[in-house]
Design a protein around this ligand. Structure first.
Ligand code: ZN
Length: 408
């Protein structure tokens, strides 16, 4: 059996090589996204102003290397996207690009299961040669995504049970010897230090220790890039929630400080991260909704990996932070009495093609790129749930509208 299996393996390999060569010849200089890889390092419970202080004091030299921007989590207060500023809902949004009305992880209950397509699933399905890993200190993340582990969309799932050095060492090992196209890493120390001590030196020291572990991970990646110069890595950093003022012990509610997060990239980001909208559609919370959101991380990684984003099947609430931004701040509100859905958005880039609107996979309108509103008055007899997708410059952005409140 063995020699035949081995021969078959070689045959397959040769076939694959021939296909890749043919593809390269046909595509000419087109980007080969199979060389694109991504790592997302999540650091739990890092409050934005506290992080800035640690960076400015020179005590987070690794995070300081990144392009860092302010962002928000917890959805938009008072709308269908609102979710608690807790780790379960926060990481589920980061790993899906969707708010809890889609992913249904509404609390820290490890029995909850993500109910929308994850980054892991979308990346795995995009090519049989792509592999993903999720290495976490806070175990419930891999419980919430265990369906992806069982389906093989997460090929390597590691739970380190609160031990950040275990998470760091395993990530370093996989960067040295593994062949993953997307690695999610979760480090937990700052959240624990916040719950124990609130804001203060101990909290800031925890951020510094995490920065040192990030340094170990980045050193392994630098070595890997040196040995594999054809690989094009995107590294992103983020957190799942801020902390409650004034003392920083807790989180979970909708205050500015709890909702404020950060997103950092090792590549220059587009205006969604670098140029917040000064007069956002929802002016609440001192303009916080004019900034990027943690839902923008997943679509950014998909853009870097060249994962096809079919607007007819798109269900991601975030906006990519690389390349074209598409429409920003999309909102969708259902008026049950009038049987209409009002969509609003902002456009900050030009387009040569019309803006397109899809309702649950069906194209319903083409508008000029300067439009910023559409009222859908031809709703189906049973509304149930409608997924709207607005496409500008081939970038889709979606919102889910439900007739009845979504059970979480
Ligand atoms: Zn916490």
């Amino acid at each position: 059996m063995y020699p035949i299996a081995k021969l078959c393996g070689i045959g397959l390999l040769l076939g694959l090589l021939a296909t890749l060569l043919l593809k390269n010849m046909l595509l000419g200089d087109a980007v080969d996204f199979h060389r694109h890889k991504a790592m997302l390092v999540g650091i739990d419970g890092v409050q934005y102003e506290q992080l800035k202080q640690v960076i400015e004091a020179g005590k987070a030299p690794n995070i300081a290397l990144f392009h860092l921007g302010k962002s928000y989590t917890g959805g938009i207060k008072g709308t269908v996207t609102q979710q608690p500023t807790l780790s379960g809902p926060g990481w589920a949004t980061i790993l899906t690009g969707a708010w809890a009305n889609r992913h249904r992880v509404g609390s820290n209950d490890s029995g909850l299961r993500n109910k929308t397509d994850s980054l892991f699933k979308l990346i795995s399905l995009s090519s049989p040669t792509r592999h993903t890993a999720s290495i976490v200190s806070w175990n419930p993340i891999n419980d919430n995504f265990v369906d992806d582990i069982n389906a093989g969309f997460i090929e390597l799932g590691v739970k380190c049970g609160g031990d950040d050095q275990c998470t760091t060492d395993r990530t370093v090992q996989e960067l040295r010897t593994g062949n993953f196209d997307f690695i999610f890493v979760h480090l937990d120390q700052p959240d624990g230090a916040g719950h124990e001590n609130g804001f203060g030196p101990r909290y800031q020291e925890a951020i510094t220790r995490t920065d040192q572990q990030l340094g170990q991970i980045l050193a392994a990646l630098t070595k890997r890039k040196h040995d594999n110069p054809e690989e094009d890595w995107l590294v992103m950093l983020t957190t799942d929630h801020g902390r409650r003022p004034p003392d920083g012990y807790d989180h979970g509610e909708q205050s500015y400080s709890e909702k404020t997060t950060f997103i950092a990239l090792d590549k220059p980001a587009n205006e969604e991260l670098t140029r917040p909208i000064e007069d956002p559609i929802d002016p609440g919370l001192e303009g916080l909704y004019g900034f990027a959101s943690v839902a923008d991380i997943a679509p950014t990684i998909l853009v870097h990996l060249g994962v096809n984003t079919d607007p007819q099947r798109y269900a991601i609430d975030g906006v990519p932070l690389l390349g074209h931004v598409g429409v920003r701040q999309l909102t969708a509100s259902l008026n049950s009495a009038n049987r209409t859905v009002r969509l609003r958005w902002r456009v900050t880039e030009g387009s040569k093609q019309p803006l397109r609107i899809y309702r649950s996979g069906q194209l319903i309108a083409k508008l000029t790129d300067s439009s910023n509103e559409y009222i859908d008055s031809e709703l189906p007899p049973t509304i149930g749930q409608l997924n709207y997708t607005v496409v500008l410059n081939e970038v889709p952005v979606s919102r889910l509208v439900s007739e009845v409140p979504v059970k979480r």
